[in-house]
Design a protein around this ligand. Sequence first.
Ligand code: BGC
Length: 450
Amino acid sequence: MASALSGASSTLDSSADSSWNPEGASFPKSFAWGASTAAYQVEGGWDADGKGPSVWDTFTHQGGDRVFKNQTGVEYYDKMIDSLLANDVTPVVTLYHFDLPQCLEDQGGWRSGAMVEAFDSYAQFCFRTFGDRVKLWITINEPYVMAELGYEEGMMAPGIKELGTGAYLAAHNMIKAHAAAWHTYDRLFRKTQGGLVSIALNSDWAEPFDPNSVADQEAAKRHVAFCLDWFAAPIFLNGDYPAIMKSQISAMCKRQGSPSLRLPEFTEEEKMMIKGTADFFSLNYYTSRKIKHRDNTHSPPSMSADKEAEQVTEPSWPVATGSSWLAVVPWGLRRLLKYIKDTYNHPIIYITENGFSQSDPAALDDTQRWEYFRLTLLEILKAIYIDGVQLKGYFVWSLLDNFEWTCGYRSRFGLFHVDFENPALPRAPYKSAIEYAKVIANNGLMKSHG
Ligand code: BGC
């Protein structure tokens, strides 16, 4: 697998941008096509076979769901990995996708430094148990989402509302936990297993509301800094938070008369430990935002106030029918990819999530949604061939309609429709699944997909 991930993509001259038509182009050889899911969103069986409750079981008031120290869980994933491989599907495994065991949350969850060791030993267990067959690992899915929505605004499990400190603290421990797991892989397994380890970072692309306003341009940069760079800068660059974030939070703390900096600091030793702990860049992209500067000098402490950046709805951008937050902006993905290339030393990138939801009930003929996918794939081709981005794979979120967190089953992201009313949960392909299969078979978009 490692060899499929190396090597640069060929590039067209950027002056060809306007004249080059990506429609008939093929994706690079060995481009990885996929579809993603997450345990909690598709598996069910929250209290089956000795599985303990996770924070989401508590948050959704069901009561109780996991793998570690649970033989049935291990057998379940063993079987799944084996059957994927038997069907020529390469598994990319995420160790943690929002469903922290409730017992760990009860000890402080990601606000506690003890999570670093707990996560590291869980990661070590998974590398040892499944690493003979799994060669691509993601430690943590979207630490930004967990930190902001789970520990700052309390809108997702575990529902902690600690404005101005919760997200920074949770993120701090997640970064250290990721780095510890990467080192464990590097030290104990890389030589024998030959796999790669990264962390899935989500980010919007941000455009200045007024492209001629320096304040809006700076605010747009802050929007990306407080989301993507917050994690990518320490991990891919220098072990530390982006300068723009540190100076912004420090200025806000001073103005608010806060005695200490609300953003925790890494020690020099921790910086050395964190720096360079990703073997590829795993990006989850859904949307773009127009951003305007907003003066928050007098606001009470919160991460959102620290940013001094306001999101403005752009009426010309279509919105996915199943998610009001999801403005569909395929060209934003190209810009984000170029930004990552330029900022993070031209890494190998995988898009590990991208998708558009439909509201319920959803028609199997999702022509409009397929058009979004098609436009996105065209932008990806431009990113590869015009911008020279080393993009090695694209995975649709999601394989199946599933439990979309606080939206439950109403927001449908699947390539396959699931009838949740029927206990047998029958599945049927949307048009997008059929068209996506053609793209995969052709390794490119054919004119007939238009
Ligand atoms: C998450 C998925 C979620 C998807 C759509 C991503 O942020 O990783 O779990 O279902 O977005 O909201």
